[in-house]
Design a protein around this ligand. Structure first.
Ligand code: ADP
Length: 453
C-alpha cells in the first residue's frame, strides 16, 4: 500500500504528460481528422483519463470516450478558489485560467470517492486556431484497485513461497543425500569394509571430499592388504624354519645326542635355518625402511666396474662351488648414485643368477656405456621366468616356484628391495627372460644424477 500510492501518482503524471503531448502533436498537424484523434483516444480509455478539446470559441470539438465514467469531473460541479465550474457546460472560465497559466494543473478532492483528482489544461496554438485540451484523472488508486493489487501480490507471494519451498527442498536433498551416503560409506569403512565407495556429485566441494575419501579408502585398503599379506607370509616364512629348528633340536636331544656325526648334521640344519631367519628379518627391516622412505640416498660419483668386482668377490665361493663361467664385460664408468645400495642390487641380481643357474653354466655381467647413462646387465642361462610371472617377481614375497629348496636362501624379498632402491634412484630397471633359457636383469644409472622434484 505504502509503495503503491506514490508509484500510482507518478504513473498518472507521466500518462497525463504523454497524452497531452500526443494530442498536441496531432492538433499541430495540418489536416488532423477524427480518425487520428480516435486512435489517440485509446490511450485515454485504457488509462483512466477523461478528456475534452475546445476550440477558440469554447466549442467542444472532441470528447473522446473514456473509462472514468461517473468519476470524470469535467461534467460535475467543482470549486476552484471560491469559483464554481461545470467545465462541460461552461468552459470559458476554466479556459481563461489556462490562458493565464499554460499548462494549468490543479488537484481537487472528488466528493464521490474521496480521492485526489488531477485537472489539467493546456492551450495548443496552431497556425489556424487555438485549442484547449482539458484532462482529468484520479491521482490515487481507488480502494478496489488497491484490493485487487494486494490480492495479486498475495497470490504471487504464496506462489513464490511455494516454488522456493519446493526448490529449497530439492536443493537440500541434493546436498544432503550425498553427505548421508558418504556418512554410511564412512561407517562401512570404519567397520573395516574397504569396498566403501564415495559417489561423486555435481557440487565440486562434495566431489573433492568424495575423491579424497575414495583415495583414503584405496590407501587404507592397500595398507590392509599389505598387512594381511605380511602377516600371512611372515608367519609362513618364520614358522617353517622354527618348526625345523624345533624338530632337529628334539632329534639331537632324543636320538643323535651321542652320535657326533649325526649331531653335527642336525646342528648344521639348525644353523642354516637360523641363518635363513636372520636373513629374512634383516631383509624385511631393510625393505620396510626403504619403502617408508626413512633411508636417504647417499649420492656420490663412483666406479660401477669396481663395485661389480667387489660383489663378485663376495660371491666368489658360490661361483666356484657351482663352477660358473663368469664373464665380466665391464667398462670403466663412473655413475652418480648410492654405492652401497647399488652394490646390494648387483648382489641380488648376481646371487639370483647363481641360485637359478645349473652348475657349470655361464653368467655374463656387462656394462653398456651410453651418452648420459650406464646400463648394467646380469645375464644367466638358468631356469628363466614364465611370462605370466614376470610382472610379479618384483613384489615382496613373490616366488615363482613356491616349493623351491629353501636352503638356497630364498626369502622372496631380494627383488622387492632392488626395486625400492632403483625407484629411489629413479632408475630404469627390468628383466627379459625366456623360460628354460635364462634371464637378463638390468638397470640404468645416470652419470649425472639430478634429483627430480
Ligand atoms: P628370492 O629370494 O626368492 O630369490 P627374489 O625377490 O630375489 O626372491 O626373486 C623373486 C623370484 O623371482 C624368485 O623366487 C624367482 O622365482 C624369480 N627369479 C629371480 N631372479 C631369477 C633368475 N635369475 N632366474 C630365474 N628366476 C629368478
Amino acid at each position: 500500500m505504502v509503495l503503491i500510492k506514490p508509484y500510482y501518482r507518478d504513473d498518472r503524471l507521466r500518462i497525463i504528460d504523454s497524452i497531452s503531448s500526443t494530442m498536441e502533436s496531432l492538433l499541430l498537424k495540418d489536416n488532423v481528422n477524427n480518425n487520428d484523434l480516435d486512435s489517440a483516444a485509446r490511450t485515454i480509455i485504457g488509462n483512466n483519463v477523461c478528456a475534452i478539446i475546445y476550440n477558440e470559441n469554447n466549442k467542444s470539438i472532441y470528447y473522446p470516450p473514456d473509462s472514468l465514467g461517473q468519476l470524470c469531473m469535467l461534467d460535475k460541479q467543482i470549486n476552484i478558489e471560491d469559483e464554481t465550474f461545470i467545465i462541460r457546460e461552461n468552459p470559458e472560465n476554466f479556459i481563461e485560467r489556462i490562458k493565464k497559466e499554460n499548462p494549468y494543473s490543479i488537484t481537487l478532492n472528488s466528493q464521490l470517492t474521496n480521492t485526489e483528482m488531477l485537472l489539467y489544461g493546456k492551450q495548443i496554438k496552431t497556425n489556424l486556431a487555438n485549442y484547449y485540451l482539458i484532462l482529468n484523472t484520479p491521482l490515487e488508486p481507488v480502494e478496489s484497485y488497491i484490493d485487487f493489487i494486494m490480492n495479486q501480490y498475495l497470490y504471487l507471494a504464496i506462489i513464490v513461497m511455494l516454488i522456493s519451498l519446493v526448490v529449497a527442498f530439492f536443493l537440500a536433498r541434493r546436498i544432503s543425500s550425498p553427505i548421508v551416503q558418504m556418512k554410511n560409506e564412512a561407517n562401512k569403512l570404519a567397520m573395516g569394509n574397504y569396498d566403501a565407495k564415495f559417489e561423486t556429485n555435481s557440487f565440486s566441494e562434495i566431489n573433492d571430499l568424495a575423491s579424497t575419501l575414495d583415495d583414503a579408502t584405496e590407501k587404507l585398503s592397500k595398507v590392509n592388504d599389505l598387512r594381511k599379506d605380511l602377516v600371512a607370509n611372515v608367519s609362513h616364512d618364520i614358522k617353517t624354519p622354527l618348526t625345523m629348528i624345533k624338530a632337529y633340536a628334539e632329534m639331537i636331544k632324543d636320538i643323535s645326542g651321542n652320535d657326533p656325526e649325526k649331531r653335527n648334521e642336525h646342528l648344521d640344519v639348525i644353523i642354516q635355518e637360523t641363518e635363513y631367519l636372520d636373513k629374512l628379518v634383516s631383509d624385511m627391516s631393510e625393505l620396510s625402511k626403504l619403502q617408508s622412505g626413512i633411508i636417504e640416498l647417499n649420492l656420490n660419483n663412483f666406479d660401477l666396474k669396481k663395485c661389480v668386482n667387489n660383489v663378485v668377490l663376495l660371491l666368489s665361493n658360490l661361483i666356484k662351488e657351482k663352477n660358473i663361467n663368469l664373464v665380466l664385460d665391464l667398462d670403466d664408468c663412473v655413475v652418480y648414485a648410492d654405492e652401497i645400495k647399488i652394490s646390494q642390487v648387483i648382489y641380488n641380481y648376481l646371487s639370483n643368477a647363481l641360485k637359478y643357474s645349473e652348475d657349470n653354466s655361464k653368467i655374463i655381467i656387462k656394462t653398456i656405456d651410453d651418452e648420459d647413462k650406464v646400463r648394467l646387465e646380469v645375464k644367466d642361462e638358468g631356469s628363466g621366468i614364465p611370462q605370466d610371472a614376470l610382472p610379479y617377481i618384483w613384489d615382496r614375497y613373490y616366488k615363482v616356484d613356491k616349493n623351491f629348496n629353501r636352503s638356497v636362501n630364498s626369502t622372496g624379498l631380494g627383488l622387492a628391495i632392488a626395486k625400492a632402491i632403483l625407484e629411489a634412484h629413479k632408475a630404469k630397471y627390468g628383466v627379459e627372460s625366456i623360460e628354460k633359457q635364462g634371464s637378463t636383469f638390468y638397470f640404468e644409472l645416470s652419470k649425472d644424477y639430478e634429483e627430480e622434484n
